[in-house]
Design a binder for this molecule. Structure first.
Ligand code: TMP
Length: 217
């Protein structure tokens, strides 16, 4: 199994909807680019032509009903393609990949939200990715109801965002439980603070990470 890729740098952002992952991922991309690293910024579901089609199937409120096992498999199919076509090739070229969501989202949403077996989902993710894990994951954590208030006014709501509050709370708990089990990889960041403060916490950690890997100096 190919666990953490030794070439390149693989960073992911996780958290419930509306916590500000996309904004922080873009800041990190700009920061690393200025330091001379080649950065690929991507997202799940999506990130490949197949992935964008799967994303529409999974998230458009008008798409047909999907049972929770089929849903888990579709997220995995999207991920398998994403790893094979985008993430692993970039890492093998020695580049830095930033992904807005990855395997931990399946733990948050399919295990926490949908209450599927964590063993099944972890096995599925490992198979889909051929064991590829991020070097670092930033888990942006905040109360889902407060996070929801941020996006309800700003954009169209997708199918999972329409799930009731207990679903989002279970997802948050599953993310936090996972972070406790992977303290060496997952950094929990309090996302209820101002955007600049959240960014400052991420920047401090990423600088330390780059120093250990002697990159971007
Ligand atoms: P996004 O709004 O961050 O683009 O994510 C789309 C939705 O897909 C979000 O509500 C979380 C959900 N999702 C899962 O349920 N499982 C997964 O494995 C991934 C990657 C996303």
């Amino acid at each position: 199994m190919n666990a953490i890729c030794q070439r390149g740098l693989f960073l992911t952002f996780e958290g419930v909807d509306g916590v500000g992952k996309t904004t922080q991922a873009q800041r990190l991309r700009d920061y690393l680019s200025v330091r001379g690293l080649t950065v690929v910024i991507t997202h799940e579901p999506g990130g490949t032509p197949l992935g964008e089609a799967v994303r529409r199937l999974l998230l458009e409120p008008s798409a047909p009903h999907i049972g929770k096992r089929a849903e888990a498999l579709l997220y995995s199919a999207d991920r398998a393609e994403h790893v094979a076509d985008v993430i692993r090739p970039a890492l093998e070229r020695g580049e830095c990949v930033i992904s807005d969501r990855y395997t931990d989202s399946s733990v948050g949403y399919q295990v926490g939200g949908r209450e599927l077996s964590s063993l099944d989902i972890e096995r599925l993710s490992e198979w889909a990715t051929d064991g590829l894990q991020p070097n670092r994951t930033y888990l942006l954590d905040m109360d889902p109801a407060a996070a929801r208030r941020r996006f309800v006014v700003s954009r169209e709501t997708d199918r999972l965002e329409l799930e009731p509050e207990p679903f989002q709370n279970r997802a948050r708990r599953a993310f936090l439980d996972l972070a406790k089990r992977h303290r060496d990889r997952i950094v929990v960041i309090d996302a209820s603070r101002r955007v600049d403060e959240v960014w400052s916490a991420i920047r401090t950690d990423v600088n330390a990470l780059l120093a250990t890997r002697k990159m971007g100096s």
